[in-house]
Design a protein around this ligand. Structure first.
Ligand code: SF4
Ligand code: SF4
Length: 291
């Protein structure tokens, strides 16, 4: 694994980030057709995570190397390497990994990712960087967004809200906006659901509202686990007059891909989602969408 900050070409400092995958065209990661870049590694662990294999960086235990049916994984010293060309995408490595990690990542610079994104430019409106948690690579993202902006592409951040945006004005200067998760409002509920600290999310919410950088807010409705009414009321209180220009997405919990405690949990009913939609509209959100 390269150091996140390395000398490249002998002269210029370049950053690297662990890229899990790049989806060329996505219609669900912001407005229009977008190229979505997913980074590996997260700073929290949601009970309803649909991609648990993106939570951690590989610990190089080597367990998946012997299980790979295509010989696409190998050791180089103590490191586990992935041969992308030999991989048949069977995901055996993901299933056997005990660390919620993936060996199928590439450490790439902003210029390398921009080159990929740029190749799709005639067909996309912009780029969305997601995770894991992409704010763990804020400086890297700033470089990438600056390149995208220069090329005329839109730039969105998809964040769990648990990394402070404070001190990242340079990133926000080149980002069109942030799609921010607000997973619960009560501190204990949030910690139980995610292992994170909701006070960071609340500070981010206020900061992003002040800078007019909220693209959309998202609440996943998990029956018996979070507090959507309190979350809607809490957000309304923080955003105040900005509420009318804010889009809220209410997302139904679905068990697909979920492991652990919520693997067999039920989705909320249509009636429950309808009630929450009405409540959010009544609270004053400019736009409310159910998903
Ligand atoms: S998905 Fe994993 S196990 Fe399957 S071929 Fe690729 S590297 Fe090997
Ligand atoms: S991906 Fe998981 S199983 Fe494979 S070497 Fe890394 S930590 Fe071990």
């Amino acid at each position: 694994m390269p150091s996140p900050l390395c000398l490249k070409g002998g002269t210029r400092m370049e950053l690297f980030a662990p890229v899990n995958k790049v989806i060329p065209f996505s219609l669900v990661d912001g407005p229009g057709s977008r190229c979505s870049v997913f980074l590996q590694g997260c700073n929290i662990a949601c009970a309803y995570c649909h991609n648990p294999e993106t939570q951690n960086l590989c610990e190089e235990c080597g367990l998946c190397v012997e299980q790979c049916p295509a010989g696409a994984l190998y050791r180089e010293g103590r490191h586990v390497r992935w041969n992308k060309d030999a991989c048949v995408q069977c995901d055996t490595c993901i299933h056997v990994c005990p660390h919620k990690a993936s060996p199928k990542i590439e450490w790439l610079t902003p210029s390398e990712v921009f080159a990929i994104v740029h190749s799709y430019q005639p067909f996309i409106r912009g780029i969305t960087v997601s995770g894991g948690e992409c704010m763990l690579h804020a400086h890297w993202m700033r470089e990438l967004f600056a390149l995208c902006r220069e090329a005329g592409l839109g730039t969105l951040i998809d964040s769990n809200g648990c990394v402070p945006f404070e001190g990242h004005n340079d990133l926000l200067d080149v980002a069109d906006g942030v799609m921010l998760d607000v997973k619960a409002w009560d501190e204990g509920t949030f910690a139980q659901l995610t292992s994170g600290d909701v006070r960071v999310v609340k500070r981010n919410l206020a900061l992003l509202a002040e800078r007019d950088k909220i693209e959309e807010l998202r609440i996943v409705v998990v029956p018996g686990w979070n507090d959507p009414e309190a979350t809607i009321a809490g957000i309304a209180d923080v955003l105040d007059e900005k509420l009318a220009q804010t889009k809220l997405k209410l997302i139904r919990f679905r068990r697909f891909g979920v492991v652990g405690t919520l693997a067999n949990a039920d989705s909320p009913t249509d009636e429950r989602m309808g009630e929450l939609e009405a409540l959010a509209r009544e609270a004053g959100f400019g736009q409310v969408e159910l998903r």
